[in-house]
Design a protein around this ligand. Structure first.
Ligand SMILES: [Zn+2]
Length: 566
C-alpha cells in the first residue's frame, strides 16, 4: 500500500501523503541554506522532499480503521483454510469444519490447488472494490454487502493472525499507534414490552428525567449480565503477548454498536461496551456505525446520542470518537443534512468525529466549523471511502474548508483492504498530482514486474499492478497535451528489508528461506545472474524524469536484469 498515514495529535494538522517521484526535484539540496522556515517552504513546494520528510518524522497513529475491512481477501482465505472451513460456491457462504458433513461440503484446503487459486481470485474481486462494477449494486450497497460475506472469518479464533497482520503492516508503514474498530457485544435479553415505543415517546417529549430513569433501570436490573463480548478472555491473553512481539507498535481496540437496531437492543450493547471499556485498558472507545441514511438510524439518531451521553456520564472516563456526517444529498433529503454533526457535538462533546462529510451542507455550516475549531474536535477524514461510498471527492469534499477553519484533521484509511488502496492510492494520487503538475513535469508510477505477467498465489497484487499499467497509459494520453509525461517502472524482486521479512513467512513463495529463494531466482530467471538493487531502480526513475527521456511517455519499463525480455 503506497500510502503513508502521518499524524500529529491536535492542534496540529495531520497529513496523508502518497509516494510519488516527480521530475526536476531529485537533485534538491538536502538542507535549506537559510533556516527552518525556508526549509519548510522548500519542502512544501516539492512533493518528493515532503514525502521524505514525513517518512523520517516519528508518526502518531491511525485512528479510524475497521478491523474486518482491513484484512485482505487472501488472508481471509488462508484463515478459512487453516480452520478447515468449507465454502458453498453457489451462495458464497462459509461453514465451520464441524458442520461440513451436514452441508455436503469438503474443506477448502482439500480442494485441488487449481480450484483453490480460482476461488481465491474470485474472492479477491468479490471482496474488494474491484467487484463493484460486476455486482449491479450501488456503491454503498456493494460496500456494506461485502462485510456480510467475510463476516464468519472475523471472529475471535482468527484474531491472533489478524492482529499480527495489523501490527506487521503498521510496523512496515511506520505507524506506531493503531485503533481498530473491532467488535459489537451480543446479548440474549428481550426488550420489556412497550419499552421501545415508550422510550421513543420520551425523547420526542424531551422528558430527560424519565429517559434517564428508564435507562438507569436497565443497568440496575442486571440485564447487562446477559450480554457478552465474544473473545474477551482471549484479548486479555493475546494483547500482552503482542506487546512483547511488537514493542514499537501499540494496538488499541474500539467497540461498535450498529445504528440500525431497535432502541432496547441498541442500548444493551452500548451500555455493555461502556461497562467493559471502563475496566479493560485495551478498549478505548465506543463507536456508532452503519449507514446514517438507514431509516432507523435516521429516526433514532437523537435517541442514540442521548443513550451515548447517558453512558458517558454513568461510566465516566472514556473519550469519544463517533461516526457522523457520512451522508450527502444523494442519500437523504436536504432537511436531514448538517445536523448530525452538530447534534453529536452538542450532546456528546466528542474528541473526534468520523467522516464529517456533510459539515457544510446544513444550515449551520460556518458556525459548526468554528465550533469544531474552538473545541479542538478532530475530524477523521477518509478520502478513499468518501469517494467510493458517497461519490464525494476533490473540491466537493469539505477537506479544504476544514483546513481553512483550522479544524484538526486526521487522514485515515478506514477499510484499506476492501478499498484496495494499492491501486486506489495511485489513482487518487495521480488525480491530485495532475492538478498541480506544470508542463515539462514527469510522473513516474513505481510498479512491478507483476504488471507484465501473472504468477501463482499473487493474483490480487498482479491485478493491482496491471491496473497501474493501464492507468499509466491512459494518463500519458490525458496529460500529454499539457506537456506532462507519465511512465511506470517495473522492478523484479529487489532485496529490501520488507521483502526479506515477507519471504521469511513459510507460506510465501520462498517457503521461509529468503536467501536460498533469491539466490535461485537470480541464477535461474535473470539474464545477468543478479537482481536489481534499489539504487538501480532509482537510476531508471532519474533517467525518466530527466530531459534525456523527453520523448518517452506511457511506458512501463522493466528493471529486471533480463527476467522478462520484451
Ligand atoms: Zn468508518
Amino acid at each position: 500500500m503506497h500510502y503513508i498515514c502521518v499524524m500529529i495529535k491536535p492542534p496540529f494538522l495531520i497529513f496523508g501523503v502518497w509516494i510519488w517521484v516527480f521530475a526536476g526535484i531529485l537533485n534538491l539540496p538536502a538542507q535549506s541554506p537559510k533556516g527552518q522556515s525556508q526549509r519548510f517552504e522548500l519542502l512544501r513546494k516539492n512533493p518528493d522532499s515532503l514525502r521524505l520528510f514525513f517518512q523520517a518524522m516519528p508518526k502518531g497513529g491511525e485512528l479510524h480503521h475497521h478491523y474486518s475491512g482491513a484484512i485482505p481477501a487472501n488472508l481471509y482465505f488462508s484463515f478459512a483454510r487453516k480452520a478447515g472451513m468449507g465454502l458453498d460456491t453457489m451462495s458464497w457462504k462459509w461453514y465451520p469444519a464441524d458442520s461440513l458433513k451436514s452441508h455436503k461440503l469438503t474443506p477448502v484446503r482439500s480442494w485441488k490447488s487449481s480450484l483453490q487459486t480460482e476461488i481465491q481470485e474470485k474472492l479477491n474481486t468479490r471482496w474488494t472494490v474491484k467487484g463493484y462494477a460486476a455486482s449491479g449494486l450501488s456503491s454503498e450497497d456493494f460496500f456494506f454487502h461485502v462485510f456480510t460475506e467475510f463476516d464468519p472469518l472475523t471472529g475471535p479464533e482468527f484474531w491472533p493472525m489478524g492482529f499480527r497482520y495489523l501490527l506487521n503492516e503498521a510496523r512496515d508503514q511506520k505507524i506506531n499507534y493503531r485503533e481498530t474498530i473491532l467488535i459489537e457485544p451480543t446479548h440474549s435479553v428481550s426488550a420489556p414490552s412497550e419499552w421501545n415505543s415508550e422510550i421513543r415517546n420520551l425523547i420526542l417529549k424531551k422528558d430527560t428525567n424519565a429517559l434517564n430513569k428508564k435507562l438507569r433501570q436497565v443497568i440496575l436490573s442486571g440485564m447487562l449480565n446477559k450480554a457478552q463480548i465474544p473473545g474477551l478472555d482471549l484479548i486479555d491473553t493475546l494483547m500482552p503477548n503482542l506487546e512483547n512481539e511488537f514493542p514499537d507498535q501499540t494496538l488499541r481496540l474500539q467497540f461498535y454498536v450498529v445504528r440500525v437496531r431497535e432502541p432496547f437492543d441498541f442500548f444493551i450493547r452500548l451500555a455493555k461496551s461502556f461497562e467493559i471499556a471502563k475496566q479493560n485498558k485495551y478498549f478505548v472507545n465506543v463507536n456508532l456505525v452503519a449507514p446514517e441514511d438507514n431509516p432507523i438510524a435516521l429516526k433514532d439518531y437523537g435517541l442514540h446520542l442521548w443513550m451515548y451521553h447517558f453512558c458517558q456520564v454513568y461510566y465516566s472516563g472514556l473519550s469519544a470518537s463517533v461516526h457522523a456526517g457520512e451522508i450527502t444529498q444523494n442519500e437523504v433529503d436536504p432537511s436531514q443534512l448538517g445536523w448530525h454533526i452538530s447534534s453529536l457535538v452538542e450532546r456528546v462533546h466528542p474528541q473526534r468525529i468520523g467522516h464529517g462529510v456533510d459539515v457544510t451542507l446544513g444550515e449551520k455550516g460556518d458556525s459548526l466549523l468554528l465550533a469544531l475549531s474552538n473545541l479542538r474536535t478532530a475530524v477523521e477524514i477518509n478520502l478513499s471511502s468518501n469517494k467510493f461510498i458517497l461519490g464525494v471527492s476533490g473540491n466537493n469534499h469539505p477537506f479544504m474548508r476544514y483546513i481553512k477553519a483550522r479544524v484538526p484533521l486526521v487522514i485515515s484509511t478506514d477499510d484499506p483492504a476492501i478499498l484496495e488502496t494499492n491501486l486506489m492510492g495511485y489513482f487518487w494520487g495521480s488525480q491530485a498530482a495532475a492538478s498541480i503538475l506544470q508542463p515539462g513535469s514527469s510522473l513516474i508510477n513505481i510498479s512491478s514486474l507483476a504488471a507484465r505477467r501473472g504468477t501463482p498465489n499473487n493474483s490480487a497484487y498482479v491485478a493491482s499492478k496491471f491496473g497501474v499499467a493501464g492507468l499509466t497509459q491512459s494518463l500519458a494520453k490525458e496529460l500529454g497535451p499539457k506537456g506532462i509525461r507519465v511512465n511506470a517502472v517495473c522492478p523484479v524482486l529487489v532485496r529490501t528489508e520488507g521483502l526479506v521479512e515477507a519471504l521469511k513467512d513459510k507460506t510465501s513463495p520462498a517457503g521461509g528461506k529468503p536467501d536460498e529463494f533469491l539466490g535461485n531466482f537470480a541464477t535461474s530467471q535473470t539474464a545477468l545472474g543478479a537482481l536489481p538493487t534499489a539504487s538501480q531502480v532509482a537510476d531508471m526513475c532519474f533517467f525518466l524524469s530527466s530531459s534525456q527521456a523527453s520523448a518517452i511517455t506511457g511506458q512501463s519499463i522493466n528493471v529486471d536484469c533480463g527476467v522478462l525480455p520484451n
